[in-house]
Write a protein that binds this ligand. Structure first.
Ligand code: BES
Ligand code: MN
Ligand code: MN
Length: 456
């Protein structure tokens, strides 16, 4: 494996240049205006796989955006790594908060700034380049298959059907994903858990039309006021979520696991400083690392209603709405939690309003044990690239398809992410460190080797 860092040194400028070209395509899956661009990104990814040396590259049709497939089968008796990633990105708004346009990538302070730089084009592209490296240096030790999807940021709703009907094609021994973050370059980590998700929208309706807030105010329920009271009541004074049965079935982390988590290198002052907050917030009795990783949460993602234009308009609105997400931990089921939320939210609504709860997408949580050979292989690869033992960390984010990979294909996923929490994914000025990108390519290359060795 001598040639790994040499190859990266020699080709890094080209790698970065190619990634920049991919980042120029605004592949926003949520917004139908960008449909052509999402398709263009799929084709661009297919081409990069093909030129890296993959066989049978294709765009597999789904009900939504296509899944990009490619493979290299060197020997059927060798193990197979299935790489998953996504080529779609989040919407870029609010545009005015970007220091440079989101789809005109620039390099500043050794970081690439663009929507998707880290989530997930930059991280996905590390796999394409690690594969190219293994091919060109003639050291690919196992089979590899790629599925790169275009609907992750909108809930991967068509991917389940795709994996259900392509079990044979996707036959593999392990799934490898870079779509999460690590603690820092000094403290590399491996993600050992993802949260599940229940996402829904609520609408509160009061009077049948907007009213004069003086003529009717105080005598007729204001849906915004009511919605705020209802949302506020979803947590008690200790930030415990009040939905009946919400905490049922939760697999509590053991005392040993919590003791191990308490050793995670994490600087709270630094964390607060970087976010410009005086104090953190969360469920009583848990540390910030625990709140992020092992506790379920409930957050309002957006809330609207009434008059929000310039100046003042005295109005008692007819309707108010909010988008609410709950992040789930093992063994909470998203369907059950969605139902419990709906029952509870409808039951707490006063008679003066009507409430509608509309579920959006969901997903189950995922955990990975750290005593399996695949984890050890990932750990070895990190030690080789970073010179340091990685720390296992549970993430607060969700990649719903990972639980389905386990249910449908019976495969564990290794979450080998190289982003940082400060990379501003989903926010303005998203970026990805060039060092992270190159170290990622190096680590992935080593993983091929350590994984194949562990398999013998
Ligand atoms: N890559 C993220 C998930 C992530 C980020 C996991 C950082 C761990 C650390 C993914 O693209 C994402 O944004 N997922 C969504 C869920 C989806 C259903 C929209 C999320 O977590 O909100
Ligand atoms: Mn992602
Ligand atoms: Mn994302």
């Amino acid at each position: 494996m001598e040639k790994v860092s040499e190859y990266i040194q020699e080709h890094k400028d080209r790698f970065i240049h190619e990634l920049i070209e991919l980042l120029k395509i605004p592949s926003i899956s949520a917004d139908s205006k960008y449909k052509g661009d999402v398709l263009a990104a799929a084709e661009a990814v297919r081409k990069t796989l093909e030129s890296a040396g993959a066989d049978n590259t294709e765009l597999c049709e789904t009900e939504g955006f296509p899944v990009v497939y490619g493979e290299k089968i060197i020997d059927a008796s060798k193990p197979t790594i299935l790489v998953y990633g996504h080529y779609d990105v989040q919407p870029a708004d609010p545009l005015e908060l970007w220091d440079s346009p989101p789809f005109e990538p620039i390099i500043k302070d050794d970081k690439i700034y663009a929507r998707g730089a880290c989530d997930d084009k930059g991280q996905m592209y590390m796999h394409v380049k690690a594969f190219e490296l293994m091919m060109n240096t003639k050291q690919l030790p196992c089979n590899v298959k790629f599925i790169i999807e275009g609907e992750e940021e909108v809930g991967s709703e068509n991917l389940e059907a795709f994996i259900q009907s392509n079990k044979e094609k996707l036959k593999a021994d392990i799934i490898l994903i870079s779509d999460t973050s690590m603690l820092s370059m000094e403290h590399p980590s491996i993600t050992t858990g993802l949260k599940g998700l229940s996402y829904l929208e609520v609408e509160v309706t009061g009077p049948n039309r907007d009213l004069h807030s003086g003529v009717y105010g105080g005598a007729v329920a204001n849906p915004i006021n009511i919605l705020c009271e209802m949302i506020a009541s979803l947590k008690d004074e200790n930030n415990r979520i009040t939905i009946p049965g919400f905490y049922d079935n939760i697999l509590e982390a053991s005392t040993e696991e919590r003791a191990l988590m308490s050793k995670t290198p994490f600087n709270l002052e630094d964390y607060k400083g970087k976010l410009g907050i005086e104090e953190v917030h969360g469920k009583k009795g848990y540390t910030t690392i625990e709140r992020k990783g092992i506790r379920p949460t409930l957050d309002v993602n957006g809330i609207w209603g009434g008059y929000i234009g310039e100046g003042a308009k005295t109005v008692l609105p007819s309707k108010a709405s909010a988008k609410i997400s709950m992040r789930l931990v093992p063994n909470q089921s998203d369907e059950e939690i969605t139902q419990k939320f709906k029952n509870h939210f409808e039951s707490i609504a006063p008679k003066s309003v009507k409430v509608e709860v509309k579920p959006h997408h969901g997903g189950e949580p995922y955990v990975m044990p750290i005593d399996i050979p695949e984890y050890k292989a990932a750990s070895e690869a990190i030690v080789k690239a970073f010179g340091k033992e990685p720390v296992p960390v549970r993430a607060g984010g969700s990649i719903p398809i990972v639980a389905l990979f386990e249910q449908v294909l019976g495969l564990k996923s290794i979450l080998l992410g190289f982003g940082l929490d400060s990379d501003a994914i989903h926010s303005p000025n998203e970026h990805y460190g060039i060092e992270n990108f190159l170290k990622g390519i190096e680590t992935i290359s080593y993983f091929y080797e350590s994984y194949s060795n562990s398999y013998d």
